[in-house]
Design a protein around this ligand. Structure first.
Ligand SMILES: [Cu+2]
Length: 539
């Protein structure tokens, strides 16, 4: 039973993790009902900041070339990636940490490819038989009857045929592998690959099973952006550590149901190092940034207040560079950012997220020449007319609470994972999805296969909606933020807000999923299948 008082009373449970939106005001997250560990986690402030250099992910090398499975007769690079347990130091003064990794070290292998050039990747499960993080066997797809260690890789943002998309139930166990085909017929951008196994993917990703995947193309080549050693991938992530250096994942008070609704690490890591540093020359750099955290939102800024220029978002380049001093990134969102260090010779500048120091840039003191550019125009992103949509779906984001207002789980459209597929767009048609967020959380919603655009947002009164089915708006229509005017694959659905996105369903028919990218939500029912029907199907 939802009362207006319950809505208001939740403010007592809110954490300091407040989310600012320029037009939507503050929305907040509900405090996870986490039990403190018996031995307290390491206080990351006890570890000296900026003593370790930023690691750069190693680039994957193909084993050979093999025939593409699309019948084209083309031979494409074939990679073999071992998912395995490793032990690695994440800070100078921290003992080595056990991680699960896609490749020999963390961060996992970085894939570099070009638009239209397909590749085959064999993902080999070489993991141990036992999991080292707390499985909740009460979650759907994580029952005690199933093997503890399971994995399946999804390429986030990839336009991938269904059979290679990493459906959550298509997991496999140690000793097995799957070879997936990635056609890469899409614009230059930064994608990322990560585990997607049903009911445990929050644990597998926390353990380290993810990495970056860069697609390049001629448009990007023509822009003369900083490249080579001046293009740096940054994976933002937070973790908790036990005093012995091992990962600590929070649990609830119920040993039969250890799931917690959200995880925030005390320790801030970039590329699997606690608060590292990066020596830079006084010139332009291009940073390819991923929010790889389970649940943390980042609000990036530079400690000296300097401007950054965002040039791209999830699915590629923006129409034009966007000067900004603060950049919000929800879990799974990416940003392509240029920072010019030329005015800051000899300075030390921290990359911040609100009070947290993430990374220190140490700018060289000798002047250098900088042949790179920051062009005024990047890549046109024509707006999709609303009139092109053949259908509008209204889909709610829901949360269930127990008697003491602790979260029991989230749902999409009040429908559990196991229910029959309800969203069946037809291939090569365009739909509008209205994400009606009835919860107190911001949910980053990701739709597999497609790229989409945000139309607008508008706040409403969820009490009236839940009790009377009435949509009473409390603000005017709010246009997308400038940084959202590129192609997206993950969108922030703010609390008590309808977020409208327009989605061309292309280029493949088949079964996919859409879900919240707060991984604890995704693992507890905030995920649904959808099916793209073949051309000509009745919609
Ligand atoms: Cu969520």
């Amino acid at each position: 039973m939802i009362t207006r008082r319950r809505f208001l009373g939740q403010s007592a449970l809110l954490t300091a993790g407040a989310y600012a939106h320029p037009n939507l005001g503050q929305t907040k997250q509900i405090r996870p009902h986490v039990v403190p560990p018996v031995i307290p986690n390491i206080d990351p402030d006890s570890l000296t900041a900026f003593v370790d250099p930023l690691p750069i992910p190693p680039v994957a090398r193909p084993v050979e070339r093999r025939a593409a499975p699309d019948g084209s007769g083309a031979h494409v690079p074939y990679y073999r990636v071992s998912m395995r347990a490793i032990s690695q130091k994440l800070h100078r003064d921290l003992p080595p940490t056990t991680l699960w990794c896609c490749g020999p070290s963390a961060p996992g292998l970085l894939f570099e490819t070009r638009g239209g050039e397909g590749q085959l990747i064999e993902w080999v499960n070489d993991l141990p038989a036992k999991h080292f993080l707390p499985i909740d066997h009460s979650l759907d797809g994580a029952g005690k009857n199933l093997p503890e260690v399971r994995g399946v890789v999804h390429l986030h943002g990839g336009r991938t045929p269904s059979a290679s998309d990493g459906y959550p139930e298509d997991w496999y166990v140690p000793g097995q592998s799957r070879t997936f085909y990635y056609p890469n017929r899409q614009d230059a951008t930064l994608l990322w690959y990560h585990d997607h196994a049903m009911g445990i993917n929050r644990l597998n990703i926390y353990a380290g099973l993810f990495g970056l995947y860069i697609i390049r193309d001629a448009v990007e080549d023509s822009l003369n952006l900083p490249s080579g050693k001046y293009e740096i991938p940054l994976i933002l992530m937070d973790r908790n550590f036990r005093p012995d250096g091992q990962l600590s994942y929070p649990v609830s008070a119920n040993p039969e149901r250890p799931w917690v609704p959200e995880v925030f690490g005390d320790a801030q890591l970039v590329n699997f190092r606690l608060r590292p540093y990066l020596d830079v020359e006084p010139r332009r750099y291009r940073f390819r940034i991923l929010n790889g955290a389970n649940g943390r939102f980042y609000f990036l800024s530079l400690s000296n207040g300097a401007e950054m220029h965002q040039i791209g978002t999830d699915q590629g380049l923006l129409p034009a560079p966007l000067a900004l001093k603060s950049l919000e990134l929800a879990p799974a969102e990416r940003a392509d950012v240029i920072i010019d260090f030329a005015p800051f010779r000899g300075a030390k500048i921290q990359l911040m997220s609100q009070p947290f120091q993430l990374l220190q840039f140490r700018v060289g003191s000798s002047p250098v020449s900088d042949p790179s550019s920051l062009p005024a125009a990047l890549r046109p992103v024509p707006r999709i007319p609303e009139s092109s949509a053949v259908r509008t779906r209204r889909l709610t984001l829901d949360e269930s609470l127990n008697m003491v207002a602790e979260s029991m789980g989230m749902l999409l459209n009040k429908t559990p994972w196991r229910a029959p597929i309800t969203e069946k767009p037809v291939l090569n048609t365009t739909e509008i999805w209205e994400l009606v967020n009835l919860t107190e959380d911001v949910h980053p919603i990701h739709v597999h296969l497609v790229r989409f655009q945000i139309l607008d947002r508008r706040r409403f009164d969820p009490f009236d909606y839940i009790t009377a089915g009435k949509l009473r708006f409390t603000t005017p229509v709010i246009p997308p933020e400038p940084s959202e005017l590129g192609w997206k694959d993950t969108i922030r659905a703010y609390s008590r807000t309808i977020t409208r996105i327009i989605i061309p369903f292309t280029p493949y028919a088949g079964r996919y999923v859409w879900h919240c990218h707060i991984l604890e939500h995704e693992d507890n029912e905030m995920m649904r299948p959808f099916e793209v029907l073949p051309v000509g199907s009745p919609g």
